[in-house]
Ligand binder design. Sequence first.
Ligand code: MN
Length: 447
Amino acid sequence: MDTTHQSLYAAHVTEIQSRWEAALEEENLPAVLVHSGSPIISFLDDYEYAFRPNPHFLHWLPLTRHSDSALLIVPGERPQLFYYQPDDYWYLPPADPDPWWSEHFAIEVVRTADEWRDALERRLAGSSFGLGDMAAIGDAPSLAALFPATALNPQGLVDRLHIARTRKTPYEVACMDRAARLAARAHMAAEQAFRAGGSEFAIHLAYLAACEHTDSELPYNNIVALNDHGAVLHYQARERAAPAERHSFLLDAGCTVNAYASDITRTYAHEAGEFADLVTAMDEVQQGLTRRVRAGVDYKQLHLDAHHAIAGVLEAAGVIRVTADTAVESGLSAVFYPHGLGHFLGLQTHDVAGLMNNHGRPIPRPEGHPALRLTRVLEADNVLTIEPGLYFIDSLLQRWREERDASMIDWDRVAALSPCGGIRIEDNVVVTEEGCENLTRRAFAEL
Ligand SMILES: [Mn+2]
């Protein structure tokens, strides 16, 4: 770990300590225990599903594979980590705590999965409050044995901690910047595999090799879609055989660094022509929307403006036979663009608190836009995605044809473009007072 990163991390711990202390004070809680989680084992078997720690634990610690550890936060005191390091010869145990992060914590090593409970009780023996006064955050079954339901994940505290995560510290931005650079390199390897005639499966493997991630280390399952598979928004299959003809390639794939995600989508046309022109037009739409990102902008409005811009692309391409305004007002634009413009990004790919204000009150989605994941007014240090899309989704088109006005669509143009599936272009940006920093474009440009 380089020294810049180390000093950013030190400042991060100090900053979130003050945010967490404020949240505890507002909720009248003397302390909180954050459990990293326990592995989930398949029914009647001894197979462990891929483990993902509690993101509130990861907010403090870069311990991405560490189950059954627990962190005690008491205002004014050094955070206390009960670090699970079993004496195990079946699996490789976690390494000894690394100084670059561990020097900020008081650490007690525990050797069994529920030893943190005894350690916690010993730790609380001399303090002014008891177990019954504090809260716990996590989903480990062992928490329920120690804490009453009302003390487990109390909504008021969880909301405040989620709001605290909407403003990223410089350390968090640095992690996401590195995750963007890794993913950009892997996207380029995937594009080469596409140009070389690879199957979805082969392209996926090229991506993993380039970023040195296993599947379970990815922030979300890669979407590797050739041809009309690009019209399936969360396309999850990876065909082993290459298609006979290739028209297009849509890749939605990220990386993680210290549990912080990148989330990047690119779409490629196989050759020049109508679809390639649509990709270029959508890239301009995406960059135009990104240029408008800055503190004070209402993301709901940006999403609605994306509908107008995408409808404009459809009108110019002759795919629709009405004006862009009519397409948006009638709901036709949502046939081609049925998802939201983007979402917060961080420890979770769809990061928390996108639909509430800073007082924890919900901000409703605009009528007719049920998939939008971010309705806030943007603030400096928010990190989010801008990902407009345009797709030829058979089921939505047929429903429009049967239930609405079929003459609003040029069905010949739709038939010509449908084999290409769809287009999505997605960047990750950091909001500033004056605009935004585009982590993704910078990462691609510097390759
Ligand atoms: Mn996304």
